[in-house]
Design a binder for this molecule. Structure first.
Ligand code: NI
Length: 132
């Protein structure tokens, strides 16, 4: 990991801090990393509604208000995409989940957005495996 310095205008910084608080990021670096990852993922899935596999991973606090049930609801809503989900209790508060998904990449992206955008979900990452 490398340390870089970036320059933001005041308005953008206010927006970044509001987003960080909303999504439960611990600091600005974490927020910017996730935003960048999301952008890269979107870029990757821009090329049509291809079918393929994807791996969605994220960390969340299981006792945060309604979060666990909201994530389960999102998973049931997109049950047709689910191949397998791994759940690991990584410490007293946090759970790590890794979902292997199969299907249309746009639908997979929507599912990933549903989960990653939930308040209290951190380190959300979607890795797409499309056949080029
Ligand atoms: Ni757990």
């Amino acid at each position: 990991m490398q340390r870089i310095t970036i320059t933001l205008d005041d308005d953008l910084l206010v927006t970044l801090d509001a987003l960080s608080q909303q999504r439960g990021y611990n600091n600005r670096s974490e927020a910017i990393r996730d935003i960048l990852r999301n952008t890269l993922t979107h870029e990757h899935t821009q090329h049509g509604g291809q079918n393929g596999y994807a791996v969605l991973s994220y960390v969340y606090e299981h006792e945060k208000r309604d979060l666990a049930s909201r994530i389960v609801s999102a998973q049931h809503h997109h049950h047709d995409l689910s191949v397998s989900t791994l759940h690991v209790h990584i410490n007293h508060d946090d759970c790590l989940e890794v979902a292997v998904l199969k299907g249309n990449m746009h639908e997979i992206q929507h599912f990933a957005d549903d989960v990653i955008a939930q308040r209290g979900v951190r380190h959300g990452h979607l890795q797409c495996l499309t056949e080029e």
